[in-house]
Each structure stands twice: as C-alpha cells, then as structure tokens.
Design a protein around this ligand. Structure first.
Ligand code: NAD
Ligand code: DAU
Length: 339
C-alpha cells in the first residue's frame, strides 16, 4: 500500500449531480475537517438543492464550466486535489446529440488535467465500467483492470477517451492521478431520466414503466454511498497512476429490477410497457472488484439491494418537488425518441 494522502481542501467537479453530490454529502459527514469547493456548470442534470443544507464553512459552490481554462487557473491553485465527477452522463442523450459529450467529457477533462499539471495538484478521475464494452449473458467473465477498452456508445467512448488522457498525463508529465471505473449507481438524487428513478416516478405518476428491448440486459448495481467510500479510499490510499474498478457484486437483469420496483410499490409484476431498444445497447456489465478489496481493504456497506431499493423508492415518494420539473423535461425527450 502507498502512503496515505490526507487532503484538506478539495475541488469536486460535478458536485451538484447525482453521484458528485452524494460524494460531497458523504465527505461533509465522514470528514468534516475537509473543505470542499464544488465546481459545477448546473446543466439540466445539476441542481444546487442536492448540496443544500451543508455547512457553508465546509462546502462552497462555484458555478462554472470545467472547460474554462481561465477559471481553472484561478480556482485550482491552493487546493490539494481535484475529484472529477462532472460529465454528460446519459447514454440515450449521447445517442441523440453527442456534441456536448465530446466537449465536457473530453475537452473538460483535458482542461482539468492541464490545470492540475500546471499547479501540481493531485487528480482523481471518476469513470465508468462502460469503457470496457459489454459481456455476453452467459460469459463467466467479469471486467478487471486488465480488460481491453471497447466502448460502444458516444457516452462511453468519450469516457474512454478521458481515461486515456489521464493515463497519458501520468506517464508523460508525471501527473499525480488515480482512476476509478464504477458500475451502475442507484440511490437518492439520481436524475429521473435514469432507469430506476424513471420507473419509480412513472409509477408514482400512474404511468406504466418502460423496458427497452427484451429486458434481459444486465447491470451491476452499487449504492452510491458505496461508490463514495470507494472513491475516498482510492483518493487517500490508492497508488498514483493506478486504475481501480469499483463494484459490489450486484448483477441483475433490467426485468428483475423492474419487477422488484413494481412489487415494492404494490403493482402487478407485468404492469409495464416494452419500448424500442436503445441503439447499440450493451448487453451486460460485471465488475471484478478484487484489486480494490485486496489492495485497499475497501468493502461495500449497502449489500442488501432490496432494502436499498425500498429506501430509494421512499426518497422519490417524499421528494416530488425535487424531481417534477426534471421528470417532465426528460419524458418530453423520451417521447421524441419513441421511448
Ligand atoms: P449527472 O449527470 O447526474 O451529473 C453530472 C454533473 O456534472 C451535473 O451536476 C452537471 O451540472 C455537471 N456538469 C456537466 N457538464 C459540466 C461542465 N462542462 N462543467 C461543470 N459541470 C458540469 O452524472 P452522474 O450520474 O452523477 O455521474 C457522475 C460521474 O460518475 C460521471 O463522470 C459519470 O461518467 C460517472 N459514473 C456514473 C455512473 C452512474 O451509474 N451514474 C457509474 C459510473 C461512473
Ligand atoms: O455502468 C455505469 C453507467 O451506468 C454510467 O457510466 C452511466 O453514466 C449511467 O447512466 C449508467 O448507464 P446505463 O446506460 O446502464 O444506465 P440507464 O439508467 O440509462 O439504463 C440502465 C439500463 O436500463 C440499461 O440497460 C437501459 C435500460 N433502460 C433504461 C431506461 C431509462 C430501460 O429498459 N428503460 C428505460 O426507461
């Protein structure tokens, strides 16, 4: 294990999005001695409400674009680390319009690593298991840190490109960086365009959930709190230059997840509609998290998926004002795509 890194003053990009805001809340709770500067452009996916109520002495919001090199030149110096969550994150949107994905995910990551290189600041890059493409349903394999990159969608190809930039900056310029590739997150504050909150909010609205293709696609679910603890573990105890896969043994088919939601919400298990499949739809993701567990001793805490799902459903039931406008806008986008 390498030396322990103890940051006191970090920038979290995308800290008003789903996973970034959960990380900010987790740091504020578990490490209140750390000051967090959230850098977020507040796109359709960013909501300052996600970090509302946190102690303003510990968490500060700067509204700005990660592509803005001038802003980064002012903001980055004096910080110990940048933890980079900001991205365009939704596959369906990337298929409809890839341009913002190229800009934020590739150019934005480039601007950040240039700023970190220039000012000697450590960098943690939050990425996705989708860079590895997909696995067949009957393949016993899971993704490891050695799996070749084979992204399928505009979104995942831009995330793969950003990973490659970080690796090149480590090797060529000696950037002090780590990378993590995580599987599908669920939990509170997830945008209602994504699978689980979309179905939950549909049911709350009296609308039938929508399942793509044959519903047998598999995702490897992890609670977002476990993602937060894993990123903190890698930031503080991971080896510079290394990649760590984050997963919690949560493989489930979409139809199984949907039936679990329907049951938990008191609806019949077949009360949903089949809709047009996503073009290029990845079949199965599966993470082998052995390196993270063995080398850094990380373990997930939220291993009961049914319980985590129940709490997530309750959160959406209790937070309609949080999701209503975003839901209506997302459903208008889906309607235009026939989904
Ligand atoms: P999200 O879409 O909910 O949030 C993205 C955040 O980034 C928003 O707050 C948005 O305003 C901000 N942002 C977008 N463009 C920006 C820009 N140019 N400058 C500054 N801020 C900008 O995304 P998420 O689901 O929370 O994902 C966060 C990160 O985690 C992404 O990098 C994603 O690739 C990665 N990831 C997500 C998952 C998942 O299951 N959602 C799994 C693994 C990895
Ligand atoms: O694997 C990590 C990735 O997980 C992250 O990198 C992405 O940012 C994140 O969005 C997520 O990508 P997915 O494409 O797997 O997530 P999404 O919630 O869009 O869809 C999950 C599965 O559910 C996928 O197989 C498509 C399917 N689906 C989705 C929606 C929105 C449906 O069947 N119906 C739907 O209405």
């Amino acid at each position: 294990m390498s030396e322990i890194f103890e940051p006191k003053n970090i920038i979290v990009t995308g800290g008003c999005g789903f996973i970034g805001s959960n990380f900010v809340r987790w740091v504020a709770r578990e490490h209140p001695e750390v000051h967090v500067t959230v850098l977020d452009k507040l796109t359709y996916a960013g909501n300052p409400e996600n970090i509302a109520g946190l102690d303003s002495a510990c968490v500060e919001l700067v509204v700005g674009d990660i592509c803005d090199a001038g802003l980064l030149d002012e903001l980055v110096p004096g910080h110990d680390a940048v933890v980079h969550y900001a991205a365009e994150s939704h596959n369906d949107n990337s298929i409809a319009d890839p341009a913002p994905f190229l800009r934020t995910n590739v150019e934005g990551t480039f601007a950040l690593i240039e700023a970190c290189r220039k000012h000697g600041v450590r960098f943690h890059h939050v990425s996705t298991d989708e860079v590895y493409g997909d696995l067949a349903l009957d393949d016993p394999a899971r993704f490891t840190e050695e799996t070749p990159y084979r992204p399928s969608s505009p979104y995942s190809s831009t995330k793969a490109a950003s990973d490659m930039l970080v690796r090149a900056w480590v090797r060529t310029y000696g950037l002090r960086a780590t990378i993590s590739n995580c599987s599908n997150n669920y939990g509170p504050y997830q945008h209602p365009e994504k699978f689980i909150p979309r179905q939950v909010t549909n049911i709350l609205d009296g609308v039938r959930p929508r399942l793509y293709g044959d519903g047998r696609n598999v995702r490897d679910w992890i609670h977002t709190e476990d993602h937060s603890s894993a990123v903190w573990t890698i930031l503080t105890r991971g080896r510079v230059g290394e990649t760590y896969l984050i997963g919690a043994d949560g493989e489930r088919s979409n139809i199984d997840v949907l039936r679990a939601i329907l049951r938990a919400m008191g609806r019949p298990e077949d009360d949903f509609d089949w809709v047009r499949d996503r073009p290029g739809h990845d079949r199965r993701y599966a993470i082998d998290p052995t390196k993270l567990r063995r080398e850094l001793g990380w373990e997930p805490a939220h291993t009961d998926f049914a319980a985590g799902l129940e709490r997530t459903i309750a959160w959406y039931r209790d937070h309609e004002p949080w999701w209503r406008a975003a839901k209506d806008a997302a459903e208008a986008r889906y309607a235009a795509q026939g989904q």
